[in-house]
Design a protein around this ligand. Structure first.
Ligand code: ZN
Length: 325
């Protein structure tokens, strides 16, 4: 195992020692950040968070799925073998949660985002959109080539009333200025595979547009300068994994590059939970800096924007903003 690569991943996974975490699993949300409440009536478009950066957008007719990571394999190191949890994916379909997924796109191809994209696409008939590495995850699961879209820099496609734009971005620079588990997946990846086989493969910003509103999703705390100029959004779903370890200057630039152009009314942190815990078991495992900085940035740099987080597995309004009014 490449120890440096593993340590990079561990920055995200283990900002709090496991022994401490075991005593503090009651921390199920970001300290001091309000949790969005499910609305009284079904919204035009809902979003449901299933941990890490898995977000399901649903307008009642069409679903757009970011990541679709529900397997949560046991994680010890990069050599741990993992494969999609087929019963879990079937349960998501049978429960109606994944009832009409038209499109699935991961924020990048690491296991904690992309390991289920192929299996979910096979089970739902969804189109997979992402990097060549993501395409190889889909191919390895047996997704038909006609339902795979490879994105180099930018791709825009309509699904029902949704228009989804996928824009090449950058992963959080956690290891030597780049991602942990760098590189690309160059051949169809058929699980079980090593956790370390899900290489990053390129990171993306995802813009989900609908007549009801627009959401921008940034899974990983990296950016490409100026890349999102001119993209407005009602809500930004902002990945903060490892942000505290990257320093306040990086965090501020990240906020300005991702949230700044959008003029969003609400910033919703994602990727703050411990992705090594089983599905449905949510525990905050970040740095208090992440949260304090976000609060400061939201106040000073984007005064119109509030801060809120999502409940696990409950549909809330996707574009409404941080408050109910
Ligand atoms: Zn990653």
């Amino acid at each position: 195992m490449n120890r440096r690569t593993f340590l990079g991943l561990a920055i995200v996974a283990a900002a709090v020692p496991a022994a401490t975490l075991a005593q503090e699993t009651a921390v199920r949300t970001l300290p001091g950040v309000p949790v969005l409440a499910p609305p009284d009536e079904a919204p035009a478009v809902s979003v449901t968070w299933y941990g890490v950066t898995t977000l399901l957008f649903d307008d009642g007719e069409t679903q757009i799925l970011v990541d679709g990571f529900v397997s949560r394999p046991r994680f010890e190191d990069l050599d741990s073998l993992a494969e999609p949890d087929t019963p879990r994916i079937e349960a998501m379909i049978e429960s109606g949660a994944f009832r009409h997924v038209a499109m699935i796109t991961p924020v990048h191809s690491h296991f904690d985002h992309a390991m289920d994209v192929g299996a979910v696409a096979v089970a739902t008939g969804a189109t997979v959109v992402g990097s060549e590495s993501t395409a190889n995850i889909a191919r390895g699961a047996g997704v038909d080539e006609a339902r795979i879209v490879v994105v180099e820099e930018r791709h825009r496609q309509q699904f029902g009333e949704f228009t989804v734009e996928v824009i090449r971005s950058a992963h959080a620079p956690l290891v030597n200025g780049g991602p942990p588990i760098p590189g690309t997946i160059d051949a169809p990846l058929t699980p079980p595979a090593r956790i370390g086989d899900w290489k990053e493969g390129g990171s993306y910003t995802i813009v989900v547009e609908h007549p009801a509103g627009t959401a921008l999703i940034q899974g990983s705390a990296g950016y490409v300068e100026g890349r999102l100029a001119g993209i407005a959004a009602d809500v930004v779903y902002l990945g903060i994994g490892g942000l505290g370890s990257l320093g306040k200057d990086h965090a501020a630039a990240y906020f300005d590059e991702i949230v700044g152009p959008t003029a969003a009314r609400c910033v919703v942190p994602i990727h703050w939970d411990d992705f090594t815990l089983p599905f449905g078991n949510i525990a905050w495992r970040g740095s208090i800096y992440d949260v304090e900085w976000l609060r400061e940035f939201a106040t000073a740099r984007s005064p119109a924007a509030g801060l809120a987080t999502l409940p696990f597995g409950e549909a809330v309004e996707a574009f409404r903003g941080c408050g109910r009014s």
